[in-house]
Design a protein around this ligand. Structure first.
Ligand code: NAD
Length: 434
């Protein structure tokens, strides 16, 4: 979806092709693979929004409930100009695989609006968020399909949407949406959850392969919610984060950056670019300014794409020099990059496991809302670590036993779980025997 990335028209086809290929190789029943080739439902709507100048504009919006064999659908809502129905479907398929990888009682869903939210006023953004919920309320619900934040949506937007849903249904039901502000039923630890989950996965991997943290260099593409927290936690654990970037470009320092200083300066200046030369960090650390393409091709131990999908593809995979790629964004590698990297011995820690910390703490938020009993931050972090480590161990055991990539192992474990749930209703063999 980035200008240089996978075209929006083939991202879903590519996601399905990869799922089918891995599923067939893992011996998943053909009927189960067929069930996962298409979403159960996709709703498209035009959202009328009163603009500040008095005019009405219509924004195209989608919600996809991909599969709910394991439980209600779960997945974020993205506000971005490059959103498309195909992208929403691809993201919803990945959510289906992801929720199952970490053993959550959820299926997969996703939503999106074609909009550049940076061009809206705050009031227009609120009206758009509420319009989304009005259009989709009949298809969502705490036991049907539960949204959450994604790119360019945040806790405040989730709060507006939850409020709108509750106004429509005339019931308090905070479990309709996760990633809410704490005051409206959000969970402690949700803001950092994706980055923390990714950090736990990278740490588990580092233990398995014996990485020396102080000698391990890391480059992080995308300095938003997911990218910032994973960079911060890696640096705190002793890794050397030598490059970070955002949509405006990147910075590189052989000595490594202090991530919290970068974050503070970015937020004061509003631009990571402003960090480079105008607000002091340059005085702290020698650095070079680099492009996002340069960052991807750096000679580092761990590359962390944490922005958008389709950034590593057939045309640039040969220039990737990182030894390990931890996919924190959804779908940063197209399927064309899988085999060349595997053949070169590059380990790709797949998105469906690596970024699953976000949906895991969203699940904790939903449980807390249903219980009416909030957990402490320690409880959230401890349980997150349990879920992520267990999922990593299962993935790693499969990978080791079958000699496949980490992605193939994660998909195989996940698809088998979905297969078991679908088969519990009866298989072809069982019905034909009667
Ligand atoms: P965000 O909106 O907080 O941040 C996105 C970041 O990417 C920003 O820093 C932006 O400047 C940067 N960016 C945009 N275009 C870029 C480009 N072309 N090159 C480099 N950087 C670019 O979003 P987020 O929530 O951090 O999500 C990032 C990725 O992580 C997405 O793929 C999202 O689906 C995935 N993800 C997020 C969560 C979550 O809980 N936030 C959970 C799972 C997966």
């Amino acid at each position: 979806m980035s200008e240089a990335g996978t075209s929006t028209s083939n991202v879903f086809t590519d996601a399905v092709a990869r799922m089918v290929q891995i599923g067939e190789a893992a011996g998943i029943d053909a009927e189960i693979i067929d069930a996962l080739r298409q979403p159960r439902a996709t709703v498209a709507a035009a959202l009328p929004v009163r603009m500040d100048d008095g005019s009405t504009r219509y924004f195209e919006a989608f919600r996809c409930r991909y599969n709910d064999a394991l439980g209600p659908a779960k997945g974020g809502i993205r506000f971005h100009p490059n959103v498309s129905i195909e992208e929403v479907r691809a993201l919803a398929l990945w959510m289906t695989i992801k929720c199952s990888v970490v053993g959550l009682p959820y299926g997969g869903g996703k939503g999106g609006v074609i909009v550049d939210p940076k061009k809206l006023s705050r009031l227009e953004l609120e009206r758009l968020s509420r319009a989304y919920m009005r259009a989709m309320a009949d298809f969502l619900g705490p036991d049907v399909d539960i949204p959450a934040p994604d790119v360019y949506t945040n806790a405040r937007i989730m709060g507006w949407m939850a409020d709108e849903y509750q106004a429509i249904t005339r019931r308090k039901s905070p479990a309709v949406i996760t990633g809410k502000p704490i005051e409206l039923g959000g969970s402690l630890g949700r803001d950092e959850a994706t980055g923390r989950g990714a950090f736990i996965v990278i740490e588990a991997y580092a233990e398995r392969v014996g990485l020396d943290r102080a000698q391990t260099t890391v480059a992080v593409q995308g300095f938003g919610n997911a990218g910032y927290h994973v960079a911060r936690l890696l640096q705190a654990a002793g890794y050397r984060v030598v490059a970070v970037s955002d949509s405006k470009g990147g910075i590189y320092s052989e000595a490594g950056f202090d991530i919290d200083s970068l974050y503070t300066t970015k937020h004061e200046s509003r631009l990571l670019k402003g960090v480079y030369c105008e607000n002091g960090i340059c005085e702290l650390v020698d650095h070079d300014t680099i492009s996002n393409e340069d960052l991807l091709e750096l000679d580092v131990d761990i590359l962390v794409p944490a922005a958008l999908e389709g950034v590593i593809r057939a045309d640039n995979v040969d220039r990737i020099r990182a030894r390990t790629i931890a996919e924190v964004a959804n779908g940063p590698l197209t399927s064309a990059a899988d085999a060349p990297l595997f053949d070169r011995g590059v380990t790709v820690l797949p998105d469906v496991l690596t970024n699953a910390g976000g949906v895991t703490v969203s699940y904790f938020e939903w449980v807390q809302n249903k219980q009416g009993y909030p957990w402490t931050l320690d409880e959230v972090r401890t349980r997150l670590a349990d879920v992520m480590n267990k999922a990593f161990d299962q993935m790693w055991a499969y990978k080791t036993e079958h000699g496949v990539s980490a992605r193939a192992a994660a998909y195989a474990v996940s698809m088998q779980r979905i297969a078991n749930a679908i088969s519990a209703g009866g298989t072809r063999a069982w019905f034909r025997a009667s």
